[in-house]
Design a protein around this ligand. Structure first.
Ligand SMILES: [Zn+2]
Length: 301
C-alpha cells in the first residue's frame, strides 16, 4: 500500500515538476491515440503476398514436394484449411462464429517441412506460411490427429492475426513503458526498457498461445479429426517443459499442463466434440463427398 502511494506521489511529482516528462508523456499518449485510431481499421503489416517470407537458407533445407512427410503434412493442412475457407456450418453456426475469427480469403497458404530432427518446433507467418520441423513431426505427430493439433494451432495463429495484434500491442507497451520511465525520470527500479516491455508482453503471449490452442481445436474438429486426441499431443511434450522457464521474462508459451487443462474445459472440448461428430457425418454425406477437396492440393498449401 505504501509502495502504491509512493509510486503515485512520484508519478504526480513527475507530471507537475518536470516539463520534460510531462511533454514526453503527452506526446506519447497523443501518438498512441492517433495510432490506435488508425490501426483499428488498418493492419500495421503489409497484406498477404504471394511471395515467400521464409528465409532462403531455411527453405534450402525443406523436404521435396513429393516426400511422404511433405505429402502427409500438406494433406492434413489442406483438410484444415478447406474447413476454414468453406466456413462450414455446424448446428446452424458457422465455424467463424465459433472461433470468433473470419478467414482472409487472399491468404496464400503454404506448408514447408524442414529437415532437422533436433528441433521440436513449428511456426507460422502472418502471410499463411507454415513451417514444421521433422523433429516434432517424426517424434510427436505419428498420429494424424496429433499432426492436425499442431497444424490447427498454427493455422489459428494466422486467422486470428496474432502477428499483427502483437505488433500493435508491443507498440502500446513500449509507449506505456516509456511514459513510466519518463515520469519517474529513471528506469523503473533499475529494470532496463527491453525487460520492462517483456514483463508486460509475457501475459499477452500466453493468452495468444491459449487462444491458438482453443481455435485450433475447433478447426481440427471441423476438418474431421478427433479433438479428444489433442490433449495427449501436449502431454507428450510435457517432459520438454523447463519449470524455471515459466518464471522468466522471455517465456512466451504456457506450460503443457496448463494448455491441457484449458483444452479439457467442458465448454471447449464439449463444443469441439459436437463439431467433430457432425463433421464426420458431413464427410460421409453425398454433399460432403462431392465437396471434399483433393488431398495435398498445391493450390491450398
Ligand atoms: Zn503458438
Amino acid at each position: 500500500m505504501s509502495n502504491a502511494r509512493c509510486l503515485g506521489c512520484r508519478l504526480f511529482r513527475g507530471w507537475t515538476h518536470s516539463p520534460r516528462a510531462a511533454a514526453a508523456a503527452a506526446a506519447s499518449i497523443v501518438s498512441a491515440a492517433a495510432w490506435l485510431g488508425k490501426s483499428i481499421s488498418t493492419c500495421p503489416l503489409p497484406p498477404s503476398q504471394s511471395r515467400t517470407l521464409c528465409d532462403g537458407k531455411l527453405l534450402a533445407r525443406a523436404l521435396p514436394d513429393d516426400h511422404r512427410d511433405t505429402v502427409r503434412v500438406r494433406r492434413v493442412a489442406a483438410d484444415i484449411i478447406a474447413a476454414v475457407r468453406e466456413d462450414r456450418v455446424f448446428e446452424r453456426r458457422r465455424l467463424s462464429e465459433r472461433t470468433g475469427h473470419r478467414v482472409d480469403h487472399d491468404i496464400h497458404w503454404r506448408v514447408h517441412v524442414i529437415i532437422d530432427d533436433n528441433w521440436i518446433c513449428a511456426f507460422s507467418i502472418y502471410n499463411g506460411e507454415i513451417v514444421v520441423y521433422t523433429g516434432i513431426l517424426r517424434r510427436y505427430c505419428r498420429k494424424d490427429a496429433h499432426l492436425a493439433t499442431l497444424l490447427g494451432h498454427e493455422v489459428a495463429h494466422v486467422i486470428a492475426r496474432h502477428t499483427q495484434r502483437t505488433y500493435r500491442m508491443r507498440f502500446y507497451i513500449r509507449v506505456l513503458a516509456k511514459c513510466i520511465e519518463e515520469l519517474l525520470d529513471a528506469p523503473v527500479r533499475g529494470i532496463p526498457h527491453a525487460e520492462l516491455v517483456s514483463l508486460f508482453m509475457r501475459p499477452w503471449h500466453f493468452s495468444l498461445e491459449l487462444e491458438a490452442d482453443r481455435v485450433g481445436l475447433m478447426l481440427l474438429a471441423a476438418a474431421g479429426y478427433d479433438p479428444r486426441d489433442a490433449p495427449s499431443f501436449y502431454r507428450a511434450l510435457e517432459p520438454l517443459d523447463d519449470p524455471s522457464d515459466q518464471y522468466t521474462l522471455t517465456a512466451t508459451h504456457p506450460s503443457s499442463k496448463r494448455r491441457v487443462e484449458k483444452l479439457m474445459m467442458e465448454h471447449v472440448m464439449g463444443e469441439a466434440t459436437k463439431v467433430f461428430s457432425q463433421a464426420v457425418q458431413w464427410r460421409m454425406s453425398p454433399s460432403g463427398l462431392r465437396l471434399k477437396l483433393p488431398p495435398a492440393g498445391r493450390e491450398l498449401v
